[in-house]
Write a protein that binds this ligand. Structure first.
Ligand SMILES: NC(=O)C1=CN([C@@H]2O[C@H](COP(=O)(O)OP(=O)(O)OC[C@H]3O[C@@H](n4cnc5c(N)ncnc54)[C@H](O)[C@@H]3O)[C@@H](O)[C@H]2O)[C@@H](O)CC1
Ligand SMILES: [K+]
Length: 218
């Protein structure tokens, strides 16, 4: 699926079918957490890197469900939770109130302290809303994450990878597992994307079959 198409599916599900964005995010995050749990060892500590938008919002949902599944999990927020908006803000507040550890990293040195080799790292930095190569702290977060030798998981798509062409930017998250929502993105077919995607799994987010049919997903 193209970037615009998958974003259209979300917005039609919300605006035409009346499914709240929070429900879609819950389904996405819960499904992703279940896949991560199946792929990791129970002894793995999981650290989720959260960006400014709804991809970051997914991260807060994933954390809550991984904790329920018995994992030690914490979050690194590149944007303080109180500065988020919409569904991402709602889920960040739930995670905060639930006592899930959240560290805010707003400088390179704070990122260096937070991104270490002791955790499975989950990339909820940027998703389908990304434009161009990761800038600023997002560039540094990907650089530091790629330098660790533990397992890495990308949510929806690896930060830095172009959704439509599959062209990796010069700083692209190198995932061992990519958990993507609704359908594989067109760019995933590009052989150059393969080393950054790792194994790809698709997770449904509960949009009705009739809508998936409109976009040729089923
Ligand atoms: N209701 C929905 O729309 C759903 C969205 N979902 C998730 O939401 C994601 C899309 O969320 P958003 O549209 O908020 O987009 P993103 O989460 O990709 O965030 C986009 C924001 O990142 C920043 N940004 C863009 N390009 C950048 C760059 N090159 N370097 C640094 N910062 C950059 C900008 O502030 C931009 O507004 C999907 O990939 C998916 O993970 C899922 O939760 C399913 C439901
Ligand atoms: K991502």
């Amino acid at each position: 699926m193209k970037r615009d198409e998958v974003r259209q599916v979300d917005s039609i599900a919300i605006n035409e079918y009346g499914i709240s964005g929070l429900v879609l995010m819950e389904n996405a995050g819960r499904g992703a957490a279940e896949r991560i749990a199946a792929w990791c060892d129970r002894s793995d500590a999981v650290r989720i890197l959260c960006g400014p938008g709804n991809n970051g919002g997914d991260g807060y949902v994933i954390a809550r469900h991984l904790e329920l599944l018995g994992f030690a999990v914490d979050l690194v927020a590149l944007v303080p939770p109180e500065k988020l908006s919409g569904d991402a803000s709602a889920n960040a507040m739930i995670a905060q109130r639930s006592g899930i550890p959240i560290v805010t990293a707003e400088s390179v040195s704070e990122l260096e302290q937070s991104i270490d080799g002791n955790h499975v790292l989950v990339d909820c930095l940027l998703g389908t809303g990304a434009k161009g190569a990761p800038r600023g702290l997002y560039h540094d977060a990907v650089r530091l994450a790629n330098a660790t030798d533990r397992k890495r998981v990308a949510i929806d798509l690896p930060t830095g990878l172009d959704c439509d062409t599959g062209q990796p930017s010069e700083m692209t998250f190198r995932a061992d597992l990519t958990i993507t929502f609704v359908a594989a993105k067109d760019g995933f077919q590009n052989p150059d994307a393969a080393p950054f995607l790792g194994h790809v799994e698709t997770v449904g987010i509960g949009v009705p079959r009739v809508l998936l049919r409109r976009f040729g997903v089923v």
